[in-house]
Design a protein around this ligand. Sequence first.
Ligand code: URA
Ligand code: SF4
Length: 222
Amino acid sequence: MGAEALLSAVADEVSGCTRCPLHVGRTQTVPGEGNPLSDVLMVGEGPGVREDATGRPFVGPAGQLLDELLQSIGWAREQVFIANVVKCRPPGNRDPEPEEISACRPYLDRQEAALDPAVTVTLGRHSLRRYLPDARIGEVHGRLRRSGGRFVFPMYHPAAALHQSSLRETLFADMRGLPAALLAAREAIAAERTESVQAILPDPAPPAPTAESDDAEQMTLF
Ligand code: URA
Ligand code: SF4
């Protein structure tokens, strides 16, 4: 199955999911959306009021800021894939509980496996914790990090800048570093693939001299 089919299978399953108590209060599930061929995955926390009402991620005030952030580097949300650590809205916008995050985890795992992103941008601390459990956002934001076999680019949650305006500049500054981080990650991934192919396949033998190249060599002798 291709990424698109895998991602829509996840969305289908999520729509009927009752694996954690968050299913009780939801209006709609918010599985995530975006370009199935993108190699950038952005992971937020969980749906808010507008997301719950529409079934789409990041469409409220935090989403508007995320759109601005993407636009600031010439990207559009249709070029990336946007998901959350929980797919149903925590009541009153409270933080998701650890049990809810772990109940929902297989869906994000499968989305990630389907996309196989070069970079995962974490938005906020719940998303950061999934990849770098001991990292502190104040220390790692805006810098490409490794987590297992993956590259992670931690950012503050856009909603945080709505409450704390000093974070706005930090978010835009970090975003400016994302295109270069993506290129660096792509290059590292390509180099690792080449290395692993070379470990399996022997170096190709040098081409055997042909009659033509013998002639050419002789020509130079005269
Ligand atoms: N905040 C999130 O973390 N995710 C959304 O989808 C919307 C707001
Ligand atoms: Fe299922 Fe996730 Fe919704 Fe909980 S938050 S009901 S695990 S889809």
